[in-house]
Design a protein around this ligand. Sequence first.
Ligand code: GRF
Length: 206
Amino acid sequence: MSAAQKPLRLGILLSGRGSNFLAIAENIRSGRLSGAEIAVVIANVAEAPGLAAASEMGFETELFVSKGRPRAEHDADVIAALKKRNVDLVILAGYMRLLSPRFIAAFPNRILNIHPSLLPAFPGLDAQTQAFEYGVKLAGCTVHFVDEHLDHGAIILQRAIEVAESDDAHSLAERILVEEHIAYSEAIARVASGEFELRGRRYIKK
Ligand code: GRF
């Protein structure tokens, strides 16, 4: 980012622990991730520890409980909260909810997700356990743009680790999480730089 450029405004969406959010926040604070700032943290679950952490840290937060609400109605509230804060990039950080087509259309190629597997292998829930039980030798995480399909959009980057003989599903998930915390900030920096183009599904650095 050049000095004249304004930082990209991030809207973080989460449902739980929030360790990816915390890693991004720490990387921005320490200057490892420049060119981005957190505009708002939004949760769909009242008890999400990530939401409490965000508000303790002084970030703007919003809670829109999604349980029992029609997806389009809930998403309209979230979109409005993001637009109100001029969010440039939506960061799904353990957001356990599919986005409506309207949400995706409101932020074209401006929504990122992180998934704890080397996609397209093991989309969906408990990806680390799926990978472990399948017996893969390489595991990892993927940061990708979000489209209408689950864990599917164009891949920005992946980080891989070797599965150790001593691993169990839990230790593997922990080691993948370490990679996630590096990968997400790196992907945000790449998108913030604007120095890329999408050729079909392929993310190409300019
Ligand atoms: C991470 O494993 C992420 O890849 C997946 O959900 C989990 C969220 O963890 N999408 P946290 O809430 O960021 O700690």
